[in-house]
Design a protein. Structure first.
Length: 277
């Protein structure tokens, strides 16, 4: 499919933009499944103790701003960590309350509002971005987020480029979809379904970087700082480090938070119309 967006429309004339997103997926994941945070179910605590600090060190060394997607439950457990991420200049975005992996029904609006309030109070700034923790959305999701002041959703996997959202049946020029590729630019599927090694994941990311830099120019890279299905452990974070170093060396490439990319898109909404169904 051909989009009206071209690389010349990226901020500052960049040829490619890279958005690094870190999905904490702390103990909220286990809490959402009714499990405790101990023993085999303690990998979410690893994210808080080791994974996130490790990710902050890597990003600081490369001077890269990132978007951190946090669950409300994790913010309640680790408010100081959330503030540390925010103080380092990174965006805090919403990722459910307990990383809900079930149909929410009548709970949905209350959970969106609760998480929004927790994150806003924790870091003193309201989130403007959201990613579904399970990929699930309903007819009330985007209208509720829009009412709360959100301007982007990055849950969709149906395009290579940003596009305006459809909210309440109409194209919204104040809300943009920033799609993500959970097949090959998200560490979790590679390490879980693909059973990849860190070296294999890095090789895959490098191939995507080369192709995207020569093509549409939008790369949305997802890191989970957990142990287990994430990149929180030393060898896996080292692969993230090497990938970011390689991306920094690409001429004309620019790193952005999703919040800043959304602001860029919404400043010229005519360039980001919804794709054909």
């Amino acid at each position: 499919m051909t989009s009206s967006a071209t690389p010349s429309r990226w901020p500052g004339g960049a040829s490619c933009v890279v958005c690094v997103t870190v999905h904490m997926d702390g103990p909220a994941v286990e809490a959402g499944k009714g499990l405790n945070h101990l023993g085999i179910h303690s990998r979410g605590r690893y994210a808080a103790r080791r994974g996130i600090p490790r990710s902050l060190e890597v990003l600081a060394r490369h001077g890269i701003p990132a978007s951190y997607f946090m669950c409300g439950y994790d913010a309640e457990l680790y408010p100081g960590l959330m503030r540390e991420v925010h103080a380092a200049g990174h965006e805090i975005a919403a990722h459910g309350y307990r990383h809900e992996g079930w149909e929410l029904g009548g709970e949905e609006v209350e959970l969106l509002e609760r998480t929004h309030a927790i994150l806003s109070d924790c870091v003193g700034e309201a989130p403007v971005g959201w990613c579904s923790p399970s990929g699930r959305k309903s007819a009330v999701t985007l209208p509720t987020l829009r009412r709360l002041g959100y301007v982007y959703d990055c849950s969709e996997k149906d395009e290579d480029l940003p596009y305006l959202a459809t909210v309440d049946g109409a194209v919204a020029e104040d809300f943009v979809i920033l799609p993500n590729n959970t097949v090959s630019l998200d560490d979790a599927p590679l390490y879980v379904q693909g059973q990849a090694t860190a070296a294999e994941a890095l090789a895959n990311w490098m191939q995507e970087l080369e192709a995207i830099a020569e093509g549409d120019g939008y790369l949305h890279f997802i890191v989970h700082p957990r142990a287990g299905y994430g990149s929180g452990t030393p060898a896996r974070m080292a692969a993230v480090d090497r990938f970011l170093a390689a991306a920094r060396a690409v001429p004309g490439l620019r790193f952005m938070t999703l919040r800043d990319l959304a602001a860029h898109c919404l400043a010229q909404p005519q360039s980001w119309r919804s794709p054909r169904a």
